[in-house]
Write a protein that binds this ligand. Structure first.
Ligand code: FDP
Length: 338
């Protein structure tokens, strides 16, 4: 019996019909390509150890991370999938210092794709979960198109992530709710399993790298102390859940509520040092969370209002249940050092 669930392509033709017709075709074409890439990445991950594809490639990217063989391969496969769609004007990738301009997509309907092909790569060599995160922005016909990616997060046309876990899951939004699909490995097709995801108003878990506790803003430290202090009436302590791969931690947070946080390193309060990248990690996740009824904040401002000055700019993020994010902001405000 055939599965009655909607496929990603059926869902896309329905959802993109409601979006700006100027960009709808391009968004659907690019998302379809990225879904094909996701199926290929998932296949590669399953056999990477057997094919000697784990470990380092031998160089360091602009973010200062050692590049892994699968990071490099992931970047190449994303780039080649975007070529030939006629819709992509430029790719901003974690693995390329500058945007890669694609002449075929330059024009008024062009789209800039921002992507971290293999996110959470420190998990690769230990068979942990990793992801792919992406965001589409209008190129406004600019040539070169790359600079168009530097607008506010509210300009995103679409955003999503793929989580390579026990199942391969793709979650996307085009500004009309947030929807999740699971890869049917036999058919090599994504089927709708999580329609219209809604983040619970409050959760029971928080995800953060607690090893960094001493470098956080005082408000951040006080918030985490609060979350782990027992209080039956308000459902505390929250449980700590942290996988080290943003897509996996965000996926849990969207479905179950609570918080995923990567605050800035405030060891030198005059020079906050966030870690996660705004264009291809923080902004897309914020778009997905808001579309699911959640919120995303830096602790003091809405993430989607941030404008990048640089393609690889970093930003702090506190994302998840609306009430929990509001609580986090309250802690940041009341412990403000200014
Ligand atoms: P990674 O460095 O392994 O690529 O993008 C960066 C990221 O992973 C996120 O996926 C993840 O949430 C975070 O960094 C993990 O950072 P820590 O190892 O510092 O906790």
């Amino acid at each position: 019996m055939s599965d009655p669930r909607l496929s990603l392509s059926e869902h896309l033709s329905d959802r993109t019909a409601a979006m700006d017709p100027w960009y709808a075709g391009g968004v659907a074409a690019l998302l379809t390509r990225l879904a094909e890439v996701a199926a290929a990445i998932e296949g590669e991950l399953a056999h990477a150890a057997l094919r000697d594809r784990l470990g380092y490639a031998g160089d360091i990217n602009l973010s200062g991370d050692q590049v892994k063989k699968l990071d490099r391969w992931g970047h190449e496969i994303v780039l080649s999938a975007l070529r030939g769609t006629g819709a992509c004007a430029a790719l901003v990738s974690e693995e390329s210092p500058e945007p890669i301009e694609l002449r075929e997509g330059i024009g008024p309907r062009g789209i800039v794709v921002c992507c971290d092909p293999v996110d959470g790569s420190s998990n690769l060599d230990v068979n942990g979960t990793v992801g792919t995160i992406f965001s589409f922005r209008p190129s406004h016909g600019q040539d070169p198109a790359g600079p168009a990616a530097l607008g506010a997060g509210t300009e995103q046309l679409a955003a999503g992530y793929v989580m390579y876990g026990p199942a391969c899951v793709l979650v996307y939004t085009v500004g009309d709710g947030t929807h999740g699909f699971t890869l049917d490995r036999g058919r090599r097709e994504f089927l709708l399993t999580h329609p219209d995801i809604r983040v619970p108003r409050r959760g029971k878990t928080y995800g953060i790298n607690e090893g960094n506790f001493h470098s956080w803003h005082p408000g951040q430290r006080a918030l985490v102390e609060h979350l782990r202090t027992p209080d039956k009436a308000s459902g505390r302590p929250y449980s700590l859940r942290y996988s080290g791969a943003m897509a996996a931690d965000v996926h849990r947070t969207l479905l179950d509520g609570g918080l995923f946080m990567y605050p800035a390193d405030m060891s030198d309060p005059a020079k906050p040092r966030p870690k996660l990248r705004l264009l291809y990690e923080v902004a897309p996740v914020a778009f997905l969370a808001e579309q699911a009824g959640g919120r995303a904040s830096t602790g003091t401002e809405r993430v989607l209002d941030l404008r990048a000055k640089d393609y690889h700019e970093r930003a702090a993020i506190i994302v998840g249940s609306a009430d929990d994010v509001a609580l986090a902001e309250e802690f940041h405000r009341s412990h403000s050092t200014r």
